[in-house]
Design a protein around this ligand. Structure first.
Ligand code: AHR
Length: 316
């Protein structure tokens, strides 16, 4: 009897005290919005990965407004979450709120989009695509295509993403950097379509109404704007993908369907499935393990010729 009691006592001493049992990690996540197919896939990936990792996710949708993101970040700080992650709507204007998070000793992870801040220690790491490279890939495809018609000038119209956002700034920069190599390629109009189908269509309609120059190429900073523009082109009595070559970015299922139908010429992949890597990073950051400052994602380029073969394999 005495022996049994001793054994029970020994077992009890090896158990952690009630308060010391590990509580689930809590992440506050501020999402840009629900502006595109890409974003929907990104949100689904983050929610599923948090669940699979046993991380409690406090999710806030900013509806494409920086002020909503700042409010969400402040609320996460007030709730004393373990880690904050966010995909910033725009690049600048984050110093103050990130300093507040730092003061509260809550680490911050950037996902998808980068920020411009005065002090790099204001965030722990950034996981996302290389948007400049995506712009370069889009332009390299065009350079190759332009080589087939060596003497023709090609007029390009550009549908930019959200003004001030990292993907809009970087995709423009990368594209322009590469097309400079060929003076026959000129961007004749460029305007924001805010990464949405509706705005992409509206801006393309206005480009098509200005009849001073023929449009040969559309470069859209995402697939949704390209899909909206395809509608505008068809309504104007032209053949998208034939009368106007169309290049876009993301590689969502809708783009593959448009390529299969011969209406889109190429999509440059931007992978939204960042959830699992984000959750792993969050655990390491909270445990104060060293993490890379910049985590990039492997991505490809898909021209229309491979669309039918690739479509069944697409995960988003
Ligand atoms: O930040 C990634 C971009 O945001 C995607 O390319 C676009 O579709 C989304 O809205």
């Amino acid at each position: 009897m005495k022996l049994a009691r001793r054994a029970l006592l020994a077992a009890a001493l090896t158990l952690p005290a009630v308060g010391a049992l590990a509580a689930p990690l809590v992440m506050g996540f501020s999402q840009v919005g629900a502006e595109s197919e890409w974003r929907t896939a990104n949100t689904a990936s983050i929610k599923a990965a948090a669940k699979a990792a046993g991380i409690t996710l406090k999710f806030a949708d900013a509806q494409q407004k920086q002020e909503n993101q700042v409010k969400a970040l402040r609320s996460f700080i007030a709730q004393k979450v373990d880690v904050i992650a966010f995909s910033p709507v725009v690049e600048s204007g984050w110093d103050t709120v990130l300093k507040e998070a730092q003061k509260a000793r809550i680490p911050v992870i950037l996902t998808d989009r980068a920020v411009k801040v005065s002090d790099p220690s204001l965030y722990a790491t950034f996981i996302g695509s290389d948007f400049v490279e995506e712009g370069r890939k889009a332009a390299r495809w065009l350079l190759e295509r332009a080589a087939r018609t060596p003497n023709a000038a090609l007029n390009i119209v550009e549908l930019q993403g959200t003004v001030g956002s990292a993907p809009a700034i970087d995709r423009k920069k990368g594209f322009e950097e590469v097309i400079q190599a060929n003076p026959r390629l000129q961007i004749i109009r460029s305007q924001s379509g805010e990464f949405t189908r509706a705005k992409g269509k509206e801006v393309m309609e206005s480009f098509l109404k200005q009849r001073d120059k023929k449009i040969d190429v559309l470069y859209a900073h995402n697939d949704d704007m390209a899909i909206g523009a395809i509608q505008a082109i068809e309504e104007a009595g032209l053949k998208p993908g034939v009368d106007i070559a169309i290049i876009s970015i993301d590689g969502v299922r809708g783009a593959f369907e448009a390529m299969k139908a011969g209406k889109l010429n190429v999509t440059v992949e931007c992978n939204p499935l960042l959830g699992p890597q984000l959750m792993a990073l969050a655990r390491d950051v909270v445990a104060k393990k060293p993490v890379a400052r910049r985590v990039t994602v492997e991505e490809g380029v898909f021209p229309a010729e491979v669309a039918a073969r690739e479509l069944p394999k697409r995960k988003y």
